[in-house]
Design a protein around this ligand. Sequence first.
Ligand code: TGC
Ligand code: FAD
Length: 390
Amino acid sequence: MSDPQTLSQLFALDSLLDTEEIAIRDTVRRFAEERIRPHIAEWFEAAVLPVRELAEGLGELGVLGMHLEGYGCAGMSATTYGLACLELEAVDSGIRSLVSVQGSLAMYAIHHYGSEDQRQEWLPRMAAGKAIGCFGLTEPDFGSNPGGMRTNAKRDGDDWVLNGTKMWITNGSVADVAVVWARADDGVRGFVIPTATPGFSAPEIKNKMSLRASVTSELVLEDVRLPASAMLPGAKGLSGPLGCLNEARFGIIFGSMGAARDCLETAISYAQDRQVFDKSLAAYQITQVKIADMAVEVGKGHLLAYHLGRLKDRGDVRPEQVSTGKLNNVREAIAIARECRTILGANGITLEYPVIRHANNLESVLTYEGTSEVHQLVIGKALTGEEAFR
Ligand code: TGC
Ligand code: FAD
């Protein structure tokens, strides 16, 4: 028997990263392994997440809004941010979700479309994990088609008055600030809403079988009165929220490969230890075919993520390329999680191993930030010139 290689060695993945990227990646991996991994199965089972405590730790680590410049943000490259997402999601998609929503959605919206006052007020505290943000786009009747949204914003003198309901909002009930998208007279607009504002409430959604270590909520807006300065001045139309989604989808391209890697490493190690009939499960050809095929997909998924990271760092990545990465990497990750579960047999259905947790989480990841079907339609439109959403 020869010494086994790691997945990273098989694809020489580190040869594509520089020393700073590797050092930051390893720091995030250590944080995730030491501070989150020991508790995650318990949090998942109890459906709780200590968001505030975790956010402060993640803020100290420097990963909240880490790809943004200024205002207490780390100003790292997109590739480095992706690597951080990968390491966090290797432990649980719920942790990457917390970081994605905070940094890529809520903070990005304020950073990119906000006024200087809005940036100064929120970004330093959000980067430090001392203020939590959420991002309300989806509504009960408008998920894949946010352009149909009914939440509305009406002028009343200088004020805005918002009414409507948002659904499936990550971090909603624990947020200090909500970036909410609403229909105004001149199209879709974004609003920065302190969650203590009268008329705003965020009941938590219970009984999820996926992303249990993540807070998911409804946002209810009943005559929420805001000053004129609450509107994001730089976003007009659906391109505002969709621009934020490119950022979070990018993180998922990397993150989903973290979940896939964790499942495959667990399955390989389990197969090496497990004796079936008269030898190690890893020594059967069927097991090796499964492992080899999954390893190829994990390697390809990493290469695609790194490639898109380099394109993004050059300012060249296009939305349909992000869709391609999200579609492929999440689809492969969920297939890998399910296949790994078969290798673990009955043990695979327990929370003693991370595999079923990842598989269940990836059901949400497949759906949020654009379902697989939406991304197929985005790619189809890019290649044919025909729009098939409607
Ligand atoms: P369409 O007419 O194509 O576009 C409207 C305007 O938006 C522009 N645009 C984009 N801009 C930036 N990035 C993109 N990816 C863009 N896609 C389109 C477009 O150019 C146009 O601009 P303008 O200036 O001409 O007005 O819009 P459509 O209504 O046909 O919809 C297209 C579609 C279906 C692709 C879009 O609606 C879509 O992506 N739907 C999926 C919705 C979605 O992904 N929701 C996610 C909600 S947030 C979330 O899930 C967080 S989970 C986080 C976690 O916990 O990790
Ligand atoms: P629908 O749009 O109703 O889709 C149902 C099915 O129909 C899907 O298979 C879909 O692909 C298919 N379909 C839809 N349109 C078409 C079409 N034109 N052609 C063919 N098939 C189509 N949203 C936020 O705004 N902020 C958040 O923080 C957030 N966090 C989330 C956290 C979790 C755990 C989950 C599960 C969701 C979250 N979402 C959030 C919502 C998420 O973005 C939506 O669930 C997603 O966009 C899909 O919308 P929907 O669930 O309404 O499904």
